[in-house]
Design a protein. Structure first.
Length: 275
């Protein structure tokens, strides 16, 4: 553990490129414990959302960890029912209260769906930033057309676009879009809900390096210039994912994984913009 504590994730515009995802981590005691464990293992990026129902537990985990709040990059997301201008403001204030913090580093629009209106929604996020309640504006599950619209409204690129991204869903179009822009990509479900464990090319690279398939997949995401936020609850998985920072893939490894024909999206709600 002490070796992990000395290691730090590389930064993307000040955002640690490995974080702890908390989706479906809705047992309050377990969620708080996993956040505390992750921070004390070396993580400095925690991701949650209004829809996860665990912001209070996440905040408790941050408070209980032996890590100063100012060292933690904290992100949450506004749910699709709360995206009208005034609802963005009021529910974000509730999120901050639940998290027990004065501000978050990054606030995302969770999906371009429901009550989302680019002008109304994004102007509310701008107001929150001006008021010092959020540091940066993010979007999630946006396609290039939504990103173009957001840029027009904001007068700048959003700080980040959080999307499902892993070797089975490489998101080439969105990665190409982000290149040369002030836009970071954050990949959720970077282990494809465990599907990466059964990909022969990933298994071969893992065996070559003597590491887990999870570590290879997370290293692959980082090699693509993308921040990964794998969900984990047990200490063993939290630590195993963090140790991916020590895995350096060579060009041959990346090409082998890229050459896999395994493709599968894991998160596909009916209101998704691609449906």
């Amino acid at each position: 553990m002490s070796q992990n504590e000395q290691r730090r994730a590389p930064l993307a515009n000040g955002m640690p490129m490995l974080g702890l995802g908390t989706w479906q981590n809705d047992d309050a005691a377990q969620c708080a414990e996993s956040v505390r464990t992750a921070l004390e293992a070396g993580y400095r990026h925690i991701d949650t959302a209004q829809a996860y129902g665990n912001e209070e537990a996440v905040g408790r985990g941050i408070e209980e960890a032996d890590v100063p709040r100012e060292d933690v990059f904290l992100a949450t997301k506004v749910w699709i029912e709360n995206l009208a201008h005034d609802d963005v403001i009021s529910t974000t204030e509730e999120s901050l209260e639940n998290l027990g913090v004065d501000s978050v580093d990054l606030l995302y629009v969770h999906w371009p769906a429901g009550e989302y209106d680019a002008e109304e929604t994004l102007s509310a996020l701008q107001q929150l930033r001006e008021d010092g309640l959020i540091d940066d504006i993010g979007v999630s599950n946006f396609e290039p057309r939504h990103l173009d619209e957001a840029r027009d409204v904001l007068g700048e690129d959003p700080f980040a676009n959080q999307v499902e991204l892993h070797p089975l869903l490489p998101q080439e179009e969105l990665r190409e879009y982000a290149e040369g822009r002030d836009l970071e990509l954050v990949g959720y479900s970077p282990l494809a809900r465990g599907e990466v464990f059964d990909v022969p090319e990933i298994q071969a690279v893992a065996e070559k390096h003597g590491v887990s398939e999870a570590q290879v997949s997370l290293a692959w995401v980082r090699e693509k210039g993308v921040t990964a936020i794998p969900k984990a609850t047990s200490e063993s998985h939290i630590v195993d994912n963090f140790e991916s920072l020590a895995v350096d893939l060579d060009d041959e490894d990346v090409a082998k994984i890229d050459g896999s024909d395994a493709r599968e999206r894991q998160v596909d709600p009916g209101f998704a913009p691609w449906n």
